[in-house]
Design a protein around this ligand. Structure first.
Ligand code: NAD
Ligand code: UD1
Length: 350
């Protein structure tokens, strides 16, 4: 399959946070890409920034993964060799309020995409799943064989797609599928040109902390100080988005060489508490992050961190970057782009 490695990689959701960082790594690895994104939670400015980082063009199709005709056309025009499927909705609270939108986008979207890929005879596929499929884990660190059972519609949408992929790999041995369960992606590209750009008040810890440090928000609410953890605050496995992006390259190499389906955790294996992360961000930024303790957030869990050894054994990948780099890079991105990509769009600059 060596000759197949330079066929373009279709990156759905490639204008988003993790997708844009992965496109950088793909291009820097000499792999052409085609990005498909409907821009429902992203700006095309991210792709212009990727072009600036890499000095390479990023072919972009604005469209929806649920649009079968568009997919057939795209796959007829481009000699796609493999697909990284990031496109989807990801806000837990929103998924509780609007479950059908989540099942439609995440589950139906994946199904329509897979059907189009089968028609086009493209059967190398890497899926963005989440540690959220483990629900409240019985023990940590979490191995891939642990019990799954997500606790909200977003998590279930990921879980259903995982099961659809397992059934597909079982039914047809031509498919090569990588199922990647991400832990908590944070940080930004070290250039400061691309990063996480929440369109609303951030739900996740690190974008919120960054906005407090940069002065956009007054203080952080720490959700719970009575968790059964060393300092009473929630513990998570934060992984630098550049490490995560590189994990996709390793997964891609695997699906290019080996049929069947594999599932791996992409995490660092180390858990940090909310207060650990606040202190790390204060060190990296030189700014105070004022915070107050607040009640636990509904649906939260005490601890969640990976056993990442399977990814290392199977893919030869392990995370390299620590919390200081995560915070320094997130800080650089936030300082240079206090209004995210919107600032550049308004100024008309790239
Ligand atoms: P993101 O919202 O920044 O990126 C998703 C991209 O998909 C966006 O650019 C959006 O415009 C696009 N999109 C959404 N629906 C689409 C559709 N129907 N057709 C075409 N494009 C569509 O999110 P992200 O953080 O980069 O996450 C990428 C993937 O990883 C998602 O599937 C998400 O569920 C998964 N994931 C994310 C995290 C996280 O914490 N960020 C954790 C685990 C898993
Ligand atoms: C959340 C999602 C999860 C998703 C993950 C990565 C929920 C219930 N879970 O998980 O499905 O896979 O994001 O996108 O939303 N915290 C604060 N104050 C804040 C924000 C967060 O104290 O303003 C705490 C949380 O209680 C938690 C930690 O920070 O202990 C991390 O929170 P977050 O970044 O939202 O990630 P997860 O809770 O792991």
């Amino acid at each position: 399959m060596a000759g197949a490695t330079r066929r373009p990689v279709l990156v759905t959701g490639g204008a988003g946070y993790i997708g844009s960082h992965t496109v950088v790594e793909l291009l820097q690895d000499g792999r052409p890409v085609v990005v498909l994104d409907n821009l429902c939670n992203a700006s095309a400015e991210s792709l212009r920034r990727v072009e600036r980082i890499t000095g390479l063009p990023v072919p972009f199709v604005q469209g929806d993964v649920r649009d079968a005709a568009l997919l057939d056309d795209l796959l007829a025009r481009h000699d796609i060799g493999a697909v990284l499927h990031f496109a989807g909705l990801k806000a837990v609270g929103e998924s509780v309020a609007r479950p059908l939108e989540y099942y439609d986008n995440n589950v139906t979207g994946s199904q329509v995409l897979l059907q189009a890929l089968a028609r086009a005879d493209v059967r190398r596929f890497v899926f963005s799943s989440s540690a959220t499929v483990y629900g409240d884990p019985e023990s940590v660190p979490i191995r891939e064989g642990a019990r799954t059972g997500p606790t909200n519609p977003y998590g279930r949408s990921k879980w259903f797609v995982e099961m659809m992929l397992a059934d597909l790999a079982e039914a047809d041995g031509r498919w090569a599928i990588g199922n990647l369960r991400y832990f908590n992606p944070v940080g930004a590209h070290p250039s400061g040109l691309i990063g996480e750009d929440p369109s609303d008040v951030p739900n996740n810890l690190m974008p919120f902390v960054a906005q407090v440090a940069v002065g956009r928000r007054a203080q952080l609410s720490v959700f719970g100080s009575d968790w059964p953890t060393p300092d009473g605050t929630g513990v998570r496995d934060y992984i630098h988005v550049v490490d995560l992006a590189r994990g996709h390259l390793a997964a891609l190499r695997r699906v290019e060489s080996t049929p069947g389906m594999f599932t791996v955790n992409l995490g660092t294996g180390t858990g940090y508490s909310v207060l650990d992360m606040v202190r790390a961000f204060e060190r990296a930024s030189g700014r105070a992050v004022p915070h107050v303790f607040a009640p636990r957030r509904a649906g939260d869990i005490a601890r969640c961190y990976a056993d990442p050894s399977h990814a290392e054994q199977l893919l030869g990948w392990r995370a390299q970057l620590g919390v200081d780099a995560m915070c320094a890079d997130a800080w650089r991105w936030n300082c240079r782009n206090p209004d995210g990509y919107r600032g550049a769009e308004e100024a008309g600059s790239v």
